[in-house]
Design a protein around this ligand. Sequence first.
Ligand SMILES: *Cc1c(COP(=O)(O)O)cnc(C)c1O
Length: 379
Amino acid sequence: MWKVPLFDASFGPEEKEAVLEVLASGWISMGPTTERFESEFARMVGARHGVAVCSCTAALHLALLAAGIGPRCEIIVPSLTFVATVNAVLYTGATPVFADITGLDDWTISSREIQAKITGRTKGMIVMHYGGYPCDMEGIRSIAKDHGLKLIEDAAHAPGAHIDGRMLGTWGDLGCFSFFSNKNITTAEGGMIVTDDGDTSKRLRNLRSHGMTTLTWDRHKGHGFSYDVTDLGYNYRLDEIRAALGLVQLSRLPQYNAKRREITRSMRESLRRSDQLTIPFPDELIGSASCHIFPVLLESGVDRSRFMAYMKEAGIQTSIHYPPVHRFSAYSGRFLANLPLTDEVASREVTLPLFPGMTEEQIELVCETALRAAEACRS
Ligand SMILES: *Cc1c(COP(=O)(O)O)cnc(C)c1O
């Protein structure tokens, strides 16, 4: 239907083979393939432990629980993010405290805002690497350290992105990744938590599977006949089929991200010609970012709905990242939120298509159409 969809997952024969192998093995629920996916993912990001779960939403929930977050705690969060970042805080009974973004050129949570939102009840923060571009992790880490706060990274956009060689997701106490179908690598649904702390990883594994002391796989191997339940846990497990997909996708991540960077550079270059839109984040970051999406900021005189309709007319799918969380009906009025920069960006942002399989023709069509649309839709 679309000439250029917003994203497009690509699989090769390797994914198909990996899935069929699991089916042939006769063991499909969490087991050795999941363990291998965990250790290879952890190795890729340079963390000691990886804990696979069924989604990044589950990852965020368990990360908060493992960090000891619960009722009466305040957790500082961005609003310019997917709603799951903040929902996870509410699952624990804690209170989200919204902080604004850094600026019109940097849409990640502001470290100055974080500092300003700390109260006696603040127990931690979740930061989100928007688009695969890093938050100010040096600054945020030192605030967390000074105040004894837990630092959780929502790295759903950021597998393979780094700051000076240190991967995003490993700067805080816990890093959470997503393998949903539109992310840089996918298992259809899936997620991963990484941490360097052994006790935390044990707690995560326990909570992931009903708080039980042994797994079905352990019992299958003959390790124990019974189990105890030591905590209120969940069923947040990944399965072998998805883990097998994940292993193949993980091996493709370097080439996928390289392609995303190349396309991002080329689109930034073409779109620079317009004075009706700007592109956030500096050029120097592209080489270390994971370029998950391609966001642009329309000038305030450009009508966004008309712009998106113009693109749609040309067969190009666009989106908005994000309608800010504090404005949703389920949130608005419940929490204090004075976020002028978030509101500004959220009202003028449009996301253009970006995926590793984009052809030269598709890239050109997107850029040429966007340039024309921005001119045509000035109000
Ligand atoms: C996709 C996404 C999530 C949720 O991931 P799921 O795996 O779909 O649960 C959380 N945060 C951000 C920033 C995301 O983009």
